[in-house]
Ligand binder design. Structure first.
Ligand SMILES: *Cc1c(COP(=O)(O)O)cnc(C)c1O
Length: 417
């Protein structure tokens, strides 16, 4: 027996159950993935015992010889992979990384401009419930009603009118390529700092499957746990001129000691993401997403923007006359896990919106391909056509479990089904 199961059987049992849930379900939550065994090992290491306030070579506590080396490796791998001047790898996650950008460049009350939450933006891009919307003056752009794409002309005219000091691009429910060069031009025209948030698409950017904002943006933030397939964490990439402002914003501006176990796991994930197999992985994420989108359309689903260029699909379930929450719950009962999501101009409330968000990063990590995407689209159609049918859900749940046996999940060693 492991010491965890002896010392804390309640938590141990729940971790075991979660392992089986991740093994036996089709995980379509667009922000989730399966990390490798190597990343898990680094995350669960003794590095969690060490305090290291400061940066490599300039720490407040002694005993940093290994930590400094780990953090420098993580930084060097990040700058090499993304071709950036500088990387800060200490942010606790994507949200604090974004807050560090605000702290580095703005004073309270300054104007920021980002994509609105209902249009697919993130809370930390100035939405009113977030500190970024409460302590700053926030202006939001949206997407075009007709086609669901970002309207760059609207972004430009709004930016010229509102004069934000910080212009943010990126989002959580954007299924199309973002043209970072246009955002950079607009930011230049008004003298704003341009911040690209690639939390969702970092793995695709690293693999060259989505255009990189690094040549255009003053600062790029990302999570490390979505398509990049690392531990939960954040990275900040920036031009040399902004390096000290951003480093000071992270520490001592926002945080104390960095999470060294996470830094090590980020380094491992960045190493994995620099391998040729990762390029194939990222290409397959997009192929799977496009296959799934096409087969959903064939089954009568309406997709925001009509399809996808990345890992993400946003379905409008209005034609099905099923709410996003009901659909997501019915799918979950059948072992297919996605999340309900607002759609642009959603007439419904955020807790029970009209949309369903789907992503292919995790199923692609299990090496699923187009035949499985066709199967998944068919199941989604069957379940959403009859969302209260429990015997259908149980039946599909068993088939899902069977499919999962043939596609082992990285990092999950329990093989007996
Ligand atoms: C996920 C996400 C974040 C926040 O990341 P957390 O690690 O959950 O704090 C920030 N920005 C975007 C665009 C995201 O998708």
């Amino acid at each position: 027996m492991s010491s965890l199961s002896v010392i804390d059987p309640a938590i141990s049992t729940l971790i075991d159950q979660e392992t089986l849930r991740q093994r036996d379900t089709i995980r379509l939550i667009a922000s989730e993935n399966y990390v490798s065994q190597a990343v898990l090992e680094a995350t669960g290491s003794v590095l969690t015992n060490k305090y290291s306030e400061g940066y490599a070579g300039r720490r407040y506590y002694e005993g940093q010889e290994n930590i400094d080396a780990i953090e420098r490796i993580a930084q060097n791998r990040a700058t090499a992979l993304f071709k950036a001047d500088h990387a800060n790898v200490q942010s606790y996650s994507g949200s604090p990384a974004n807050l560090a950008v605000f702290l580095a460049f703005l004073k309270p009350g300054d104007t920021v401009m980002g994509l609105s939450l209902p249009a697919g933006g993130h809370l930390t891009h100035g939405w009113h419930v977030s500190i970024t919307g409460k302590f700053f003056r926030s202006v939001s752009y949206g997407v075009r009603k007709e086609d669901g794409y970002i309207d760059y002309d609207e972004v430009r005219s709004l930016a010229k009118k509102e004069k934000p000091k910080l212009l943010i691009a990126g989002g959580t429910a954007i299924s199309r390529i973002i043209d970072f060069s246009i955002f950079a031009d607009i930011a230049n025209e008004i003298g704003a700092i341009f911040h690209a948030d690639i939390a969702h698409i970092a793995g695709l950017v690293a693999a060259g499957v989505h255009p990189s904002p690094v040549p255009y943006a003053d600062v790029v933030t990302s999570t490390t746990h979505k398509t990049l397939r690392g531990p939960r964490g954040g990275i900040i990439l920036c031009k040399e001129e902004h390096k000290s402002a951003l480093d000071r914003a992270v520490f001592p501006g926002l945080q104390g000691g960095p999470h060294n176990h996470t830094t090590a796991a980020i380094a491992v994930a960045l190493h994995e993401a620099s391998q040729p197999q990762f390029v194939t992985y990222a290409q397959n994420i997009v192929k799977n997403s496009q296959a799934l989108a096409q087969h959903l359309i064939e089954q009568g689903f309406s997709l925001i923007s009509g399809g996808t260029d990345n890992h993400l699909i946003l379905c409008d379930l209005t034609p099905q006359q099923v709410s996003g929450k009901i659909a997501a719950q019915a799918l979950n009962n059948a072992g297919i896990v996605a999340n309900c999501n607002s759609i642009p101009f959603d007439p419904r409330k955020p807790f029970d919106p009209s949309g369903l968000r789907i992503g292919t990063a995790a199923v692609t990590s299990r090496n699923m391909k187009e035949p499985q995407m066709i199967q998944i689209a068919t199941w989604i159609h069957q379940i959403i056509s009859d969302p209260t049918n429990e015997s259908l859900q149980n039946n599909i749940r068993n088939q899902v479990k069977e499919l999962c046996v043939s596609f082992p999940a990285p990092g999950i060693l329990i093989a007996d089904h």
